[in-house]
Design a protein around this ligand. Structure first.
Ligand code: DGJ
Length: 732
């Protein structure tokens, strides 16, 4: 009986999946259909798979190169672009064979439609038979989110080594046309700033070359030129699952005559590992798998794209153990105590934290041997005997007794030259023998590609986590890479060091998570410098920026939410004030409540009134937390456009929503354009036919249709003011 049910289920799932990916044998052709998109790939007459169409569902326009190949030239626009023949695209594969041939020829070999990890999947196998190179293009489809994960698997079936000089994750061809590119860029304390520019003929490369994504998280969104509508409009987007050196190229060919030149005016997105100063030797029998690139398409604006990527990240990317769990309210000691930590002072902070409703108490930097400033200690991961003479256990126990979980900061990939570890193993860092070892924040980077460094790190982390009841790790990374030398490695591995480093870093976190499944992990790199889907496959949340000024955070968080979900965006209320004098407690909390709420000020010094506000806001946050952390976010009014900011979160089941409104510096009435246009807030994502009650509003009940089409009057005035309005659907 049970087998019958299982068999029926299997047939049902296979049937559903075969609707997503359909195959035609003559000519060989595949169509991937999601809720709102269609992608067609076919094998051209010269045997090369070519991209036929990717975009909204419908009859695709005729494509010049489709199956009619100029025999003298061959397919120039390829699904897996390789260096070889006439290659007009940005290549995804560049190899050198043992005989010195640098020209590759990847011809269709076979294909299969089969589940990949529970999702509909397509694999197209290509071969360069002369040399035994096999490349598989993988597609794992998420029809509801209009997303496909793409990556390449590259195997050497020959009998000589092949040098991989480039292996990108995927190439995507958009229908020819004029487009705008939106990317995120920034620097320390100013992360996630969106920039939009026209895509003109040529190649725009967004990249990281020193392991710090500070300037560019690996994400792009592409819309038809000039499209600014917040409710509708097509958007293509791509994001990489990689935290080392990565690259995203957006290329456009001259919009010439399609009959003369295949692919004229096309836009190509290519992304993956940045092979700058990198090469990988693929020995006979070896396989290299690229990281994934997630590619998606939305018909309903940038927020439509953001919500798809966020929903997919929440449902399929984040580590399974805590995937559905609500993130706790954190206290973090960094801004209150910096390196100067001790048991009594941490406990004093913890007692107040408990009173205001904190659930997880985290001690940041400063706890380990010799760590009095950032000049010493990294590498020696035992509790400092002066600060914690009896270890961490007494502090952890008292915090647990208060009813809170305990968490700790670590920076496992780094070492200070002033440490026992470095004195014992000066060869464990990246270095070139005759070059200076440049320090940043007085630290060097351990070469995690080395097995001894990996084992050492796994050893001390495992000891720390098994000897102490630690339920949270904040994993920091505070410098960029320089002098990436590894003199002890065999010559053919030396330029692969950055890739091997990342493989071991991922292996390390994966191993720790498997050994300690109940520990929540936070990703940090001097703030949000390593926020990507690669880290989010193995960490649960991100410290988005060291800038905790609420007015700056409105900008930073706006950018963050165009890519990553709110349940990963940690935001603390602190005493920091980098601009203009402290803003109200209400305002500070209202800003931090957009993501995973935390507190990071010296709360032992906060006046009673502030603690009361903190307790009230934390309690409100706990009520609306499921809507914020698991709902859809609509960014209604942008701080980049005006001095008013509005964001709306709608619960997964649509029964509730929360509207956050903020002012920045208020302008004189009627003065600036933005002040004139944003006197109304138009909500989004509601049920037009339902009635909603609005908390604290004079007109208590309005239909979704009114709220979205007529809007509500802008509710607040004055500098740096905020209002949180809860909307509840009225049961019929
Ligand atoms: C950088 C992080 O972004 C901060 O939050 C803090 O953890 C410091 N490092 C500690 O050194």
């Amino acid at each position: 009986m049970r087998w019958t049910i299982l068999a029926a289920l299997f047939l049902f799932v296979s049937a559903a999946h075969s609707q997503v990916i359909q195959e035609q044998n003559n000519p060989k052709r595949w169509t991937i259909t999601t809720s709102h998109s269609q992608q067609i790939i076919a094998v051209a007459s010269d045997g090369i798979p070519v991209p036929i169409y990717y975009g909204p569902i419908g009859e695709p326009p005729p494509y010049a190169s489709e199956l009619k190949v100029n025999p003298k030239v061959g397919s120039e626009v390829r699904e897996v672009p390789f260096r070889g023949g006439f290659d007009h695209q940005v290549p995804a594969i560049e190899v050198v064979y043992a005989d010195g041939t640098r020209d590759c020829n990847l011809i269709y070999d076979s294909a299969q439609i089969a589940d990949i990890d529970g999702q509909p999947g397509l694999q197209i196998h290509l071969k360069d038979s002369e040399y035994g190179l096999e490349v598989t293009a993988n597609y794992r489809v998420f029809p509801d989110q209009d997303i496909t994960e793409r990556w390449l698997t590259i195997t050497n079936h020959g009998n000589a080594a092949i040098t991989l000089e480039n292996a990108q994750s995927a190439s995507v061809e958009l229908p020819s046309g004029e487009y705008d590119l939106t990317q995120l860029a920034g620097e320390w304390a100013h992360e996630f700033t969106p920039f939009t520019s026209r895509i003109t003929p040529g190649v725009k490369t967004i990249q990281v070359r020193d392991f710090q994504g500070l300037n560019n998280p690996p994400w792009v969104a592409i819309r038809p030129a000039g499209e600014r509508n917040q409710n509708s409009g097509n958007v293509y987007f791509a994001a990489l699952h990689y935290s080392g050196n990565w690259r995203l190229d957006v290329a456009k060919t001259f919009p010439g005559d399609r009959n003369r030149f295949a692919g004229a005016g096309d836009v190509q997105i290519v992304g993956g590992i940045n092979f700058w100063d990198t090469a990988l030797a693929l020995k006979p029998g070896e396989t290299f798998t690229t990281p994934k690139m997630t590619v998606g398409f939305a018909t309903d604006s940038m927020d439509g794209a953001a919500n798809r990527l966020q929903q997919y990240t929440r449902k399929y990317v984040l580590p399974a153990h805590f995937r559905d769990a609500l993130r706790p309210v954190i206290y973090n000691s960094w801004y209150a105590t910096v390196f100067n930590v001790n048991e009594a002072q941490q406990l004093a902070l913890a007692k107040v934290a408990k009173q205001i409703g904190v659930e997880l108490f985290v001690m940041d930097d400063g706890w380990f041997k010799g760590r009095t400033t950032d000049h010493a200690g990294l590498g020696d991961w035992t509790p400092d005997p002066q600060k914690f003479p009896h270890g961490l256990q007494p502090l952890i126990k008292q915090i647990n007794d208060l009813g809170m979980d305990y968490g700790l900061w670590v920076e496992p990939e780094m070492v200070n030259p002033d440490s026992d570890l470095y004195r014992a193993h000066p060869d464990w860092v990246f270095y070139y023998p005759k070059r200076e070892r440049h320090e940043q924040r007085n630290q060097l980077m351990l070469n995690m590609a080395r097995e001894d460094v990996y084992q050492y790190t796994l050893g001390w982390m495992s000891k720390l986590l098994s000897e102490n009841n630690i339920r949270f790790i904040k994993w920091d990374h505070n410098r960029a890479l320089s002098e990436p030398g590894w003199p002890d490695a065999p010559p053919d591995q030396q330029r692969a060091v950055r890739i091997l480093y990342m493989q071991n870093l991922y292996r390390l976190i994966d191993t720790l998570r498997a050994k300690f499944p109940d520990v929540l992990f936070e990703d940090c790199a001097s703030g949000g410098a390593r926020a990507d889907l690669g880290m989010l496959e193995r960490t649960d949340q991100v410290w988005a920026s060291d800038n905790t000024n609420p007015d700056d955070r409105l900008f930073i968080q706006w950018g963050y939410l165009s890519m990553l979900p709110a349940n990963t965006m940690v935001s603390w209320v602190t005493d920091e004030d980098w601009h203009r004098g402290p803003l109200s407690m209400n305002y500070r909390f209202a800003v931090s409540m957009q993501g995973v709420l935390g507190v990071g000020g010296n709360i032992t010094k906060w006046p009673a009134e502030d603690l009361k506000t903190a307790a009230r806001m934390i309690s409100l946050y706990k009520e609306i937390r499921p809507i914020i952390q698991h709902g859809s976010v609509y960014r209604l009014i942008s701080p980049f456009d005006s001095n008013r900011v509005a964001l709306e979160y709608v619960a997964q089941d649509g029964s509730q929503a929360v509207l956050f409104c903020y002012t920045l510096e208020d302008d004189m009435a009627g003065s600036r354009q933005s002040e004139r246009v944003h006197r109304t807030v138009y909500l989004r994502g509601l049920d037009p036919n339902a009635q909603y009650t609005l908390s604290g509003q004079p007109h208590q009940t309005l239909t979704g249709q009114s709220l979205m089409n007529v809007g509500i009057p802008w509710p607040i005035f004055g500098d740096y003011n905020s209002r949180i309005i809860r909307l509840t659907k009225v049961d019929k």
